[in-house]
Design a protein around this ligand. Structure first.
Ligand code: C2O
Length: 337
């Protein structure tokens, strides 16, 4: 059977490590069913974060600061947006209808891509509605392209509200190592680019010829998630970039280095926009690169807050075509054959 959306009224403390817990239950509000956005709405084009102009940066910063200014009981608030990720990923929900209780975990399986797609879709729409701009789109961290292999400059500014990050990596002249393993091994930019492109090729092309290799393995109601179920991109570079961005001096590599705190850093949504873009790209890379047809995937469901403060029940089958969700990605230099 497909994974059911969590019951928010039964949300409980989340676990960061064995002896660290955190309260991150998002508010329970009215639940409605997902509807596609009207085709009359303008298309939102997500742009590469290193290519955006001043105008965009102003809008983006305004939208984020308005979201941060929303009160804690508003489901659209930045804090609640981050809590959505914490609750779904650090064990604050149990799978509905399963005894004995079993954590709901949307990483390490085929739920990874669709969950984050919806999460960003609603996050983007909330930001756009806060600045009254129906064309507003998230930036994407174009880490698959040589020009995007550093922290995007729009995230490098410093003010008191700063998210917690690795200070060395926060300098946009420091190169991103997509295969980073908690140690900075500085090589020449040419070598770094070469090894990053090699990794991308393995994760997208040679090592992702089958659905389960790319998306991750099936997770159905009653299954416990295990990190052996990760798809190629989820494992690397997705995870490495999380840890690369977080601060190694914090107990749990906050913010980006732990699920519970990752959504507190706006760069999370920019990182995940590129992860989401990989899903679209992968489907153009050759035969058999198609979505699963298993009803246990298609009917799996989540809930997210929309721009009208509703909780929306969304099924995987409705998010397979990003254009039907009225967003698209800027075409940037093509690196995959
Ligand atoms: Cu839900 Cu990048 O993790």
């Amino acid at each position: 059977d497909p994974i059911q959306p969590p019951d928010l009224s039964k949300c409980h403390t989340a676990t960061v490590t064995k002896d660290t817990t955190v309260a991150c239950c998002p508010p329970l509000v009215r639940i409605i069913d997902f509807k596609f956005p009207s085709p009359r709405e303008p298309m939102r084009t997500r742009r590469a974060a290193h290519l955006v102009d001043e105008d965009y940066i102003k809008k983006y910063e305004k939208a984020i600061s308005l979201m941060k200014a929303l009160p804690d009981d508003d489901p659209r608030s930045f804090k609640n947006q981050a809590n959505v990720h914490c609750a779904y990923c650090n064990g604050a929900y149990d799978q509905v209808g399963i005894t004995p209780t079993l954590d709901l975990q949307i990483h390490f399986s085929w739920l990874f891509f669709p969950f984050h797609r919806y999460y960003l879709y609603f996050h983007e729409r909330i930001l756009g509605s806060l600045i009254d701009d129906p064309t507003f789109a998230l930036p994407f961290w174009n880490w698959d392209s040589p020009d995007g292999m550093q922290i995007p400059p729009i995230f490098a500014n410093t003010d008191s509200e700063d998210p917690i990050r690795n200070p060395t990596h926060s300098d946009p002249s420091f190169m991103l190592d997509l295969d980073w393993s908690r140690e900075d091994i500085v090589v020449s930019p040419e070598e770094q680019i070469k090894s990053n492109l090699n990794l991308m090729n393995t994760q997208m092309v040679s090592g992702a010829k089958k659905r389960t290799l790319f998306f991750g393995t099936p997770l159905k109601a009653g299954d416990a998630a295990a990190n052996t179920g990760q798809g190629s991109i989820e494992r690397s570079p997705h995870m490495n970039i999380h840890i690369w961005t977080g601060d190694p001096k914090q107990a749990h590599t906050e913010d980006m280095g732990n699920f519970y705190s990752a959504g507190r850093d706006p760069i999370f949504y920019c990182h995940h926009a590129n992860v989401d873009r990989m899903w679209d790209l992968w489907k153009t890379l050759g035969p058999r690169r198609t979505d699963f047809t298993d009803p246990d995937w298609l009917e799996a469901a989540f809930v997210f807050y929309d721009e009208d403060k509703n909780l929306v029940r969304c099924k995987v089958k409705d998010c397979l075509d990003s254009r039907k969700l009225n967003y698209d990605y800027q075409k940037v230099n093509k690196i995959f054959p």
